[in-house]
Design a protein around this ligand. Structure first.
Ligand code: COA
Length: 628
């Protein structure tokens, strides 16, 4: 049985010495020893989850719906009921697996998900604008970036990557072993992931995409040493010279299709031996490097760059200059715009960002020495595709669907410059909780009600842990947002309500990262009911359950050392995707919504969040009780 109590507050400790591994020589078995020492994910007590589920519903369902759900929950958890039986089965599964949840989660959240991965699942990451604005600068930066990734890869290969900690607790490092040399494969009903990193002959090449043409670039010399920046520069120059015009039949665009259509097209594509060899080379490659053509800049801020990283801007720009199934794609524009796109199934944002932080730092230190050289050992090979008339039709359809999706997505990147983590810390509040409460206030100001809100919480304190949900809309946050603009409420009371809302959020966060949140537990119970093929208990077909899963606010904190911001699309048609990176004195936000929904507007929401943060600070400044 799991001991339940108030988990200790902890914070994510990012490795501060990534560039220097703990050892430069291989430490065989270190990874497995570390992994074996991690605790397994607990199964929370049934009654606890039922109680917390009802509390979580309070701010987002009406009284009648809540009463109906209470009756269903009582029925579910009664002695000898469905809940007890499923709970026992879940505890048994937990005893017999490394992690009772992770495999299900990857399946349900990613591999069974049939909307396109682009916008709907794969996040983009925008790096600070780099200091170049022509082809030469683009290629030089790309060469340094490849060298930086290979440097990071050597720490993964040698098992010398420093272990990360959350507070005192070491974290699961498995995701680092999943992001390179892996790829998603489309299926007819369910996709799969292949990982070539730990095979007997791991890949030694990357895929470079330029003008929608694909090239294999070997990045190791015959003596196993990584290519130098000079060598890489020479090869990239050769690739660009030999692909000066866009491919008229860009197969990469097919990876933007919905997964069922892509699964079907994929079967046809790989019937041809040349195509199948080319696809296999992309899938096996360590990562993809997309050398992008120019893009229109519609805004002064980083919103256009976010669009480029998230979906490429449509088929007329860079959406076909990608292989969206690839776990990790680095994207470099000619004008100094840089970033990445990653397929979400194998990993969350933080390991990707840690890798990228390392790479950015590496590119800053790395200078090109000798003149570029082209060694005969590793001349890049173009990948060829035979495109049938049927395939041409699929490509046209994919272009059409991608362009529609690109037009539908509104993306706004905002740098909130007034303060960062510093101000909430001054008032002894968790910065993340403070930001989440501001998001609640902004939503309430726009819609006069609260909505189901998702924030990712890391479960990496546990072996093979992925995420659970922090439900940011709480009764405490609801009381605060209702009172905030009410002229008859005193400031001292507003501050008390703010403090309570922030504490409630931090409490939920600590419960979630300790494996005691409700969402994955309920999912596990539901998955078992489905596996048993018994009828699914009524709590899962209840209106409140659908409301609880309709996340109009889907949010995530992805911190980094580099001044970057991650971005993703909304998860429901009338929702917002909000990703933020709280730095010490400013916060980077990326807010998305769909243009086809006339209830939502990313720009307005971003401005409302800005107003909420400022007003919350003013409240604290003007209220004596809050002063330190
Ligand atoms: N008073 C003063 N300082 C405080 C404080 C308080 N009451 N509470 C927290 N702080 C400090 C922390 O010590 C920490 O300090 P640091 O800047 O020196 O690191 C900082 O404020 C941030 O803490 P907090 O804002 O509470 O957030 P967190 O770092 O604990 O992160 C989550 C919270 C939920 C984001 C994190 O636990 C998590 O799970 N992250 C992973 C999310 C994820 O996977 N996202 C990707 C999905 S693709």
């Amino acid at each position: 049985m799991v001991k339940v109590g108030m988990p200790k507050p902890c914070s994510f400790v990012k490795p501060c010495h990534l560039v220097k591994p703990v050892s430069v020589t291989r430490i065989s078995g270190r990874y497995l020893t570390h992994q074996r020492g991690l605790p397994t994910l607990p199964v929370p007590p049934l009654q606890q989850t039922c109680e917390r589920y009802l509390s979580a519903l309070e701010p987002i369902v009406n009284e009648e719906e809540l009463q109906q759900t209470k009756t269903l929950v009582d029925e579910f958890q009664k002695s000898g009921g469905d809940g007890e039986r499923l709970q026992r089965a879940l505890e048994k599964r937990a005893e017999n697996t490394d992690n009772w949840l992770s495999e299900w989660w990857v399946q349900v959240a990613y591999l069974d998900y049939r909307l396109p991965v682009v916008v709907h699942s794969s996040p983009g990451l925008v790096l600070p604008q780099m200091n170049f604005s022509d082809k030469h600068g683009q290629i030089l930066f790309a060469a340094k970036l490849i060298a930086g990734v290979l440097d990071f890869k050597s720490m993964i290969d040698n098992e010398t990557l420093p272990v990360e900690y959350m507070g005192e607790k070491p974290l699961c490092m498995n995701q680092y072993y999943q992001v390179l040399s892996s790829c998603r494969i489309p299926g007819l009903k369910r996709d799969s992931i292949v990982n070539h990193a730990r095979r007997s002959s791991p890949p030694k090449h990357i895929t470079v995409i330029h003008n929608c043409q694909f090239f294999v670039l070997d990045v190791y010399n015959n003596d196993e040493s990584p290519l130098t920046v000079e060598q890489l520069f020479g090869h990239l120059k050769h690739i660009c010279t030999s692909s000066q015009h866009p491919d008229p039949d860009p197969v990469g665009i097919l990876t933007t299709l919905d997964r069922d259509s892509w699964g079907k097209t994929y079967q046809n594509l790989i019937k041809d031996k040349t195509n199948s060899d080319s696809v296999s080379a992309i899938q096996r490659s360590i990562f993809t490097l997309c050398l992008d053509g120019a893009m229109p800049r519609v805004a002064e801020d980083r919103s256009s760059a976010a669009v480029q990283m998230l979906h490429g801007g449509g088929s007329q720009w860079n959406s076909a200059n990608r292989w969206f199934d690839k776990t990790l794609q680095f994207i470099i524009g000619e004008d100094g715009t840089c970033g990445a796109n990653y397929e979400h199934a194998p990993a969350e944002g933080p390991p990707i960002v840690a890798l990228i932080d390392h790479v950015v730092e590496y590119t800053r230190r790395s200078e090109i020495g000798q003149a570029p050289v082209l060694t005969s050992s590793a001349v890049p090979q173009k990948l060829h595709f035979n495109v049938s008339p049927e395939m041409k039709k699929d490509i046209d359809e994919a272009k059409h669907a991608m362009n529609k999706l690109a037009q539908d997505l509104e993306m706004k990147v905002v740098v909130f410059e007034h303060f960062g983590k510093n101000i909430p810390k001054t008032y002894r509040m968790s910065p993340d909780a403070f930001i989440q409460v501001a998001l609640q206030l902004a939503f309430y100001r726009m819609y006069q009600h609260s909505c189901a809100t998702y924030e990712s919480a890391s479960l990496r304190m546990f072996r093979l842990g992925r995420t659970d949900t922090i439900r940011s809309a709480s009764s405490a946050s609801f009381k605060f947002v209702k009172a905030f603009d009410n002229a008859s409420t005193q400031n001292t009371e507003k501050v008390e309500l703010l403090e309570k809302a922030v504490r409630a959020h931090k409490w939920y966060t600590n419960m979630a990262i300790s494996g005691q949140a409700i969402d994955r537990h309920l999912l596990g119970l539901k998955m078992l009911a489905l596996e048993e093929r018994s009828s699914v208990p009524a709590i899962f077909t209840d209106k409140s359950y659908s409301k609880a899963l309709h996340y109009r606010l889907s949010t995530s904190q992805v911190p980094s050392k580099t001044d970057c911001v991650m971005c993703f699309g909304p998860v429901v048609s009338n929702g917002y995707g909000v990703c933020y990176n709280p730095m010490e004195d400013h916060i980077n936000f990326a807010v998305s919504s769909f243009n086809t929904c006339n209830e939502t507007n990313a720009e307005t929401f971003a401005q409302t969040v800005r107003g909420a943060l400022l007003d919350m600070r003013t409240l604290l400044e003007q209220t004596p009780k809050a002063k330190l």
